[in-house]
Ligand binder design. Structure first.
Ligand code: NAP
Length: 250
């Protein structure tokens, strides 16, 4: 696709980015603005959303709207009411999540409290987000959800993250099956380590990884139903060398 086409890919379309203040969220927001979208960027912190607005201020032809909304709130009616001014959405990218403590703990040493906190922040919040956001999408629209590769492979000493990723993947795949073509398209993207500004700031960076903007561009193409992966509800984006796959790379 030429740059000119890519610039206009999402012109006239409205896409919500949940977790837009995060590392992947801000890169995704930037990419979608460069594709011409009106982006409704949500997060829970006014300060972090202001930082996002500053980061993307030179971006492309799109329009940024920031809105404090906790898409992980249990009150789905409230979330929908907060987002109703933007009409039927053409797309939503769900990029929320929390890795918990950076300390590595073996399964046998995980406390009940750590378990409950991770389930709440990294699984229940996603269930709430799916429940609140899916009805806001137009029938022709698309929801793009992200889960880490530990959904598929063992993740020693970070098993809680892995377990929630596997459960999120299952939820999203089941949602797609339940809608069965009668609702918005639903994509589950299983991702490897992603180049983001927060990760680079702590020295976690690698040119072989896909960037948050790469991911956002890809999500934009799926929302526009453009490119070779538009009809693939499950996709793996693990490293730049692996490219996009519909089965897990070995
Ligand atoms: N970066 C990677 O390499 C990588 C790799 C594999 C998987 N992932 C997954 O991709 C997602 C995004 O990653 P990231 O690197 O962008 O993370 P991040 O920088 O920590 O951003 C996540 C965003 O999610 C929001 N959030 C966190 N918990 C939430 C909750 N309970 N309810 C609503 N919003 C919540 C936060 O926004 P506010 O606090 O501002 O509301 C935060 O900005 C996460 O699920 C992560 O596990 C990332």
């Amino acid at each position: 696709m030429s740059d000119v086409q890519e610039d206009r890919l999402l012109s006239g379309r409205t896409v919500l980015v949940a977790g837009a203040s995060g590392g992947i969220g801000e890169g995704t927001t930037l990419a979608l603005l460069r594709q011409g979208a009106t982006v409704v960027a949500t997060g829970r912190s006014e300060e972090r959303l202001a930082g996002l607005a500053d980061y993307v201020k030179e971006a492309g032809s799109g329009t940024l709207i920031t809105r404090i909304v906790n898409v992980g709130d249990a009150d789905s009616e409230k979330v929908r009411a907060q987002l109703s001014p933007y009409g039927a959405l053409d797309g939503a990218v769900v990029s929320i999540g929390d890795w918990g403590s950076p300390e590595r703990t073996g399964i046998l040493d995980i406390s009940d409290r750590e378990w409950e906190e991770m389930i709440a922040s990294n699984l229940t919040s996603h269930f709430h987000a799916l429940r609140a956001l899916t009805p806001l999408l137009s029938r022709e629209g698309a929801l793009v959800h992200l889960s880490g590769f530990s959904a598929d492979i063992p993740y020693p000493f970070a098993a809680l993250v892995g377990a929630t990723n596997a459960a999120k993947k299952s939820l999203v795949r089941s949602l797609d099956a339940e809608l069965n073509g009668a609702g918005p398209r639903v994509y589950e993207l299983i991702i490897g380590p992603i180049r983001t500004r927060p990760r680079a700031a702590i020295g976690a960076d690698n040119p072989g990884w896909l960037s948050a903007e790469d991911l956002g561009r890809h999500a934009g193409r799926l929302i526009a139903r453009s490119g070779p992966y538009a009809d693939a509800p499950l996709q793996y984006l693990i490293t730049r060398a692996h490219g996009v796959r519909t089965t897990p790379p070995q």
